[in-house]
Design a protein around this ligand. Structure first.
Ligand SMILES: *Cc1c(COP(=O)(O)O)cnc(C)c1O
Length: 361
């Protein structure tokens, strides 16, 4: 068997232990004589899988009882529409645009009401997080929206915006479970799991009860997109992505075993430090993000020479460090170093970069 160091931004690396466990249970899940893929979502075995997954996630994040935890489909992108459809009761929402994903959410919301861009870092290719301490929040705004970790650009909100009392909605796709977070500061937290938690096809939404309207704000919202439908049915209104939820549950258990979110954070800080310290001293490579806004999860960097970037990506892949090519809108390289990337992966990558620098600088 041959495994690479996979620096993909998503779908991304999963803990090897989780994959091995899933492999062992593939043909016969705990005496049921079938795979989780083959089982009814109404079966006792699956009920236990989804309930345990929810309980473990609640314990890991310290999710209070007045928040619902929903396992949904359609990717994070579908929530770009579901959020305004459920919440735009007054037809206004404020968006902080710090990257492509926030921009897409902002554009989608414009279909349903007045979405206002109250801050942006597009002027400098989204390489920083704007000052959000005193923004012109609209009196009528139904919520303030952020993308907390910008997967493509490698920035992260290390301080949450001052929403002046308005509910905060956050896309945490690429920083989900990477560190502890105070759930009570948010009205809605959501993310696709394929960055840091599980296989593509599951979105987890953590929604405060008062943000789940009896009827969605937007008329003719599809039944499936009304959060109330999903909350009332405990994510089992229709057939959920059963196998994906099962793997998410295994990742929650793995994180618990690793010591929970504080331990994840320490691990992630140590890992990112290896790479950022090298970038800060390198003669060839440099990071593209303002230092104080750097993400622990996604680390973009460049040599400043496109041909050399391409050579690096190619040689790195041949050496077993794959998916290092930067996003098509940024160029250069990006190393995504999610929870499941071991520190040895980052150390070995830096060793390889050092050698490349010696040979090419
Ligand atoms: C990947 C990503 C998305 C899009 O996720 P899909 O599940 O493909 O819709 C949205 N937001 C962020 C921050 C992401 O990293």
């Amino acid at each position: 068997m041959h495994r690479v160091y996979n620096f993909s931004a998503g779908p991304a690396v999963l803990p090897e232990e989780v994959l091995q466990e899933a492999a062992a249970e593939m043909l016969d899940y705990r005496g049921t004589g079938m795979s989780v893929m083959e089982m009814s979502h109404r079966s006792a075995a699956f009920e236990e899988i989804i309930q345990t997954a929810e309980a473990d996630l609640r314990a890991l994040m310290g999710i209070p009882d007045n928040y619902q935890v929903l396992f949904l489909q359609g990717g994070a992108s579908q929530q770009f529409a579901a959020i305004p459809m459920n919440l735009m009761r007054h037809g206004v929402a404020d968006y902080i645009v710090t990257g492509q994903w926030a921009k897409k959410a902002y554009q989608e919301a414009q279909k349903y009401g007045k979405a206002v861009k109250i801050a942006s870092s597009e002027d400098e290719t989204f390489s920083y997080i704007p000052d959000c301490s005193d923004l012109p929040i609209d009196e009528a705004a139904d919520y303030v929206y952020i993308c907390e970790n910008n997967t493509i650009y490698g920035t992260k909100f290390h301080t949450l915006p001052n929403t002046k009392g308005k509910p905060l909605v956050a896309d945490v796709s690429s920083c989900f479970l990477s560190e502890p977070m105070d759930v009570t500061k948010y009205a809605v937290i959501y993310g696709g799991v394929q960055k840091n938690i599980g296989p593509a096809g599951v979105v987890i939404a953590i929604i405060r009860d008062d943000m789940i309207p009896e009827t969605p704000a937007v008329e003719n919202t599809p039944t499936m997109l009304a959060w109330k439908t999903q909350a009332d049915a405990h994510s089992l209104y229709n057939t959920p992505p059963c196998y994906g939820i099962y793997i998410c549950g295994k990742v929650f258990q793995w994180i618990k075993k690793m010591g929970g979110l504080e331990a994840m954070q320490q691990r992630n800080i140590a890992k990112a430090k290896v790479l950022y310290d090298f970038l800060d001293e390198s003669r060839l490579f440099k990071g593209t993000v303002r230092r104080e806004d750097r993400s622990l999860m996604n680390v973009p960097f460049v040599t400043g020479d496109k041909a050399l970037d391409a050579k690096f990506v190619k040689e790195a892949a041949a050496a077993g460090f794959v998916n290092l090519k930067g996003h098509r809108t940024v160029g250069g390289m990006r190393a995504s170093i999610y929870n499941a990337m071991p520190i040895e992966g980052v150390e070995k990558l830096v060793e390889f970069m050092r050698k490349f620098e010696a040979d090419n600088a």
